[in-house]
Design a protein around this ligand. Structure first.
Ligand code: HEC
Length: 98
């Protein structure tokens, strides 16, 4: 018996899509561990005023829009984000950053 009907193709397509979707969830849940060779690396930059000022500028441009001024996950670009982008370790966004 030949299986060329549309139902057979639909079943195979649905199985492939389900595999990709649920396989993706399984991978996303796996804990990420830093490779051993990278784990012991030291920051090559000194924690002086120049590097701290530069880091603050980079964070203000690239991170604050979502993470907010106090990294509570309440930046203007985080309105529709789920999960929230809170970096304080506390569950949920804190009070709005000033
Ligand atoms: C487009 C919005 C957005 C921007 C911009 C952004 N983040 Fe995030 N970030 C998130 C969201 C949302 C999460 C939470 C993701 C999750 O829990 O799955 C997150 C999570 C994180 C985490 C993990 C926190 C944890 O507890 O696991 C770190 C660290 C982080 N961001 C750092 C940064 C840094 C540093 C920058 C700037 C270089 C940045 N993010 C820019 C949205 C953003």
């Amino acid at each position: 018996m030949r299986r060329t009907g549309p139902h057979w193709r639909l079943t195979v397509t649905a199985a492939i899509v389900a595999g990709l979707v649920f396989g993706g969830f399984a991978l996303a849940q796996a804990p990420w561990l830093a490779p051993a060779g990278e784990k012991g690396k030291k920051n090559p930059l000194p924690a002086d005023k120049a590097s701290l000022d530069l880091g603050r500028k980079v964070a203000e441009t690239n991170c604050v829009p979502c993470h907010g001024n106090h990294y509570r996950g309440d930046g203007p670009a985080a309105v529709a984000l789920n999960p929230v982008a809170c970096l304080t370790g506390r569950p949920g966004p804190g009070p709005r950053s000033p």
